[in-house]
Design a protein around this ligand. Structure first.
Ligand code: SAH
Length: 350
């Protein structure tokens, strides 16, 4: 490898050859420089602002069987639930009063939520909260469904590609699913006009460094507005029960690399980061993340939306967790704001 500093090159070029990415990912020797460069860039674009998104987990029924996920259809130990429209709207009411201006409706791929039902819920949220962004994270759907939700008032969609390597994708998913289809969904969402979020798990079973580089390259091709990553976390009732959790330092390193590759992207410091380490979300913010997604689901169902074991914040009221988060974010050196929190455009520097 040429004798240059990969962090300086990444800052300068907003890109890096594969061999330098390998070098950055392989050791902790660049971490201090990497995290401070990422924080500098995030402050140039977003200042100390942290956007909050209210996450509403609308259903843990799922027709898919992803090997890593605790709500996969074959998990007979999962107690299933779905929220009614009334319950979802009540979560939005609570969230709005707490300063949330984005609601994220996430769930398993639950056939009960037909397009008609999703559109009804979305248009009702749109009518009641015209100043809020509505984000959906409901998995893979036909383009016509995505279009119908968009027309009903949804404006953002989160769909992680999970891994951009075909062979690796096959090791994480049953044959009924395909990477090609997932990517097609992402491009369809973009074409329709959504602000699109994608991302991947770090340290999922069988993952190699070259797969992570493929993830970064795919994101460069997609150019998403939001990029969510988190460590893979084991769930005891899945085929991956015996695999170890992903690595915290590697996840943080990737957050920082993402910030430098995509200076204006919205990058959440995810619940999975907060689960793997008590200070994980603060560490994510310091490594370049600028979004947090507190849980607004009714406390009674939170324990049931278990994608992985030991998920945090399952027994806290929304108001309580909002207040605690405010302080934690402030202690980390940032500031939660009440804002819809769209992505800043290149050139809108502070
Ligand atoms: N059904 C929706 C929402 C999935 S849950 C969809 O397909 O997009 C949201 C994210 O949680 C997933 O995209 C996945 O990256 C993550 N996730 C699922 N199981 C996980 C696990 N065991 N560890 C860490 N993250 C997990």
């Amino acid at each position: 490898m040429p004798n240059t500093d990969p962090v300086a090159a990444l800052c300068r070029d907003r890109d890096l050859p594969d061999e330098s990415l390998f070098a950055l990912l392989a050791t902790d020797r660049y971490d201090t420089a990497l995290f401070s460069a990422a924080d500098r860039v995030r402050r140039q674009v977003y200042g100390d602002e942290v956007y909050i998104r209210g996450l509403i987990e609308i259903s843990n029924y799922c027709k898919n069987d992803c090997y890593y996920c605790g709500i996969r259809k074959s998990n007979r130990n999962a107690t299933r639930y779905r929220l009614s429209e009334k319950e979802i709207l009540a979560c939005c009411d609570t969230g709005y009063a707490l300063g949330f201006r984005t609601f994220v409706l996430q769930g398993g791929e639950d056939p009960w939520f037909t397009d008609e039902r999703v559109c009804h819920i979305v248009s009702e949220i749109r009518r009641r909260f015209p100043d809020c962004a509505i984000t959906l994270s409901l998995g893979e759907k036909p383009a016509e469904s995505y279009r119908a939700y968009f027309e009903a008032g949804a404006n953002r969609y989160l769909l992680r590609h999970e891994t951009a390597d075909e062979t690796h994708y096959r090791k994480l998913h049953p044959d009924s699913m395909s990477l090609r289809h997932r990517k097609d969904c992402l491009f369809a969402l973009k074409r329709i006009g959504y602000q699109v979020g994608s991302g991947f798990m770090v340290g999922s079973p069988y993952q190699k460094t070259e797969h992570l580089i493929a993830d970064l390259r795919f994101l460069q091709e997609l150019q998403p507005d939001m990029i969510g990553i988190g460590p893979f976390l084991t769930h005891a009732d899945t085929p991956f029960a015996d695999f170890p959790n992903g690595s915290l330092p590697l996840t943080l390193r990737l957050v920082a690399i993402l910030r430098l590759l995509f200076p204006t992207a919205l990058i959440p410091s995810t619940t999975a980061l907060g689960t793997i380490h008590p200070q994980g979300r603060e560490m994510g913010l310091k490594a370049g993340a600028n979004v947090v997604m507190p849980n607004l689901s009714p406390v009674g169902v939170r324990r049931l939306y278990t994608l992985y074991d030991n998920k945090i914040c399952t027994d806290e009221e929304a108001a309580e967790s909002r207040a605690r988060l405010e302080k934690r974010v402030a202690d980390a050196g940032y500031r939660i704001v009440t804002a819809v929190g769209d992505r800043k455009k290149e050139g809108d520097r502070l």
